[in-house]
Design a protein around this ligand. Structure first.
Ligand SMILES: Cc1cc2nc3c(=O)[nH]c(=O)nc-3n(C[C@H](O)[C@H](O)[C@H](O)COP(=O)(O)O)c2cc1C
Length: 273
């Protein structure tokens, strides 16, 4: 291990790109420090890539990242993650959250990787612009975040170079807390799972939204039609060049507004090594 045969992989689920940015920076920094030619990128956002399963070996170092969804690992990924086998590979576990909280997402992600045969040697919770919002954690990860990411990568390199593959301890509770649930103005829980994006007359039928939807739910023939579930990842909204996609559900909009007001204070990344 860690000889010339070691290869570095990055693996991410990242509908709006913040997780991807962090995971790739870590993998790239490690590639340079270990003087490797290239890295393998596995984009789990793409439904086809999730369906094939992945098998690693003890010669691999995998940087794995997901966004925090309702305080946990995105539950739509769980069945696919069962088919990702570590076989002794080293792993770095990353979660990215929108400045509310990562709750038990990091520990859950670490546990999934460990149960699947990875040796998780480092972990970090980072902040990315909130999927729902253009102002909450706006444009993060920013330069300050990326220098923390770089420093984290340097520490991972040092740990591996010393031959220290100890499992990492992370923050979070097990049994995991329930999925975080939004509330209405009166404090009652609301269920936004069935809420779906709408399409306005700005749509130029470029199909970017259909390509971006990680659930493959937007109909290619008529992008205003939804053929499957919506996880509210907002890839279709944030990637649309003409602002044609939007949500108008009042519970959703109220939740978004509350998040923007309550969690305005900047949070910082936490790393565990
Ligand atoms: C349905 C949903 C639930 C989310 N839940 C949380 C949460 O519990 N805590 C939080 O801080 N951010 C939460 N977020 C925000 C994302 O974790 C954050 O914006 C992340 O940077 C998105 O990653 P991506 O750019 O890789 O898609 C949620 C986003 C979505 C779409």
């Amino acid at each position: 291990m860690m000889g010339k045969d070691m290869s570095i992989c990055s693996m991410h689920f990242s509908p709006t790109g913040t997780t991807e940015k962090i995971v790739k920076k870590i993998a790239d920094t490690l590639k340079d420090k270990f003087e490797k030619q290239d890295i393998t990128n596995i984009d789990f956002t793409n439904i086809k890539n999730r369906q094939t399963g992945q098998s690693f070996s003890s010669d691999n170092l995998v940087v794995f990242g997901v966004p925090v969804i309702a305080g946990r690992v995105p539950n739509v990924l769980l069945k696919y993650l069962n088919n990702v086998k570590g076989n002794g590979a080293l792993a770095v576990c990353v979660v990215v959250y929108g400045n509310r909280n990562y709750d038990d997402a990091l520990i859950e992600s670490r546990d999934i990787l460990t149960d699947n045969g990875f040796r998780v040697i480092a972990a970090g919770a980072f902040i990315g612009e909130h999927s729902f919002s253009k102002i909450l954690a706006k444009e993060r990860p920013d330069d300050e975040d990326m220098s923390v990411v770089k420093n984290f990568s340097d520490q991972i390199y040092d740990k591996i170079s010393k031959g220290n593959f100890d499992d990492v301890k992370v923050k979070g509770s097990n049994p995991y807390r329930d999925y975080y649930r939004p509330k209405d103005k009166s404090g009652n829980f609301v269920d936004i799972r069935k809420v779906a994006p709408k399409t306005n007359e700005n749509c130029i039928d470029c199909k970017i939204c259909a390509e971006a939807c990680p659930m493959g739910s937007i109909d290619f023939k008529d992008v205003a039609v939804l053929n499957g579930i919506c996880i509210k990842c907002c890839a279709c909204i944030k990637k649309c060049p003409t602002e044609a996609k939007y949500f108008d559900d009042m519970d959703y909009l109220n939740h978004k507004y509350e998040l923007e007001v309550q969690f305005i204070k900047r949070k910082e990344a936490e790393i565990f090594i």
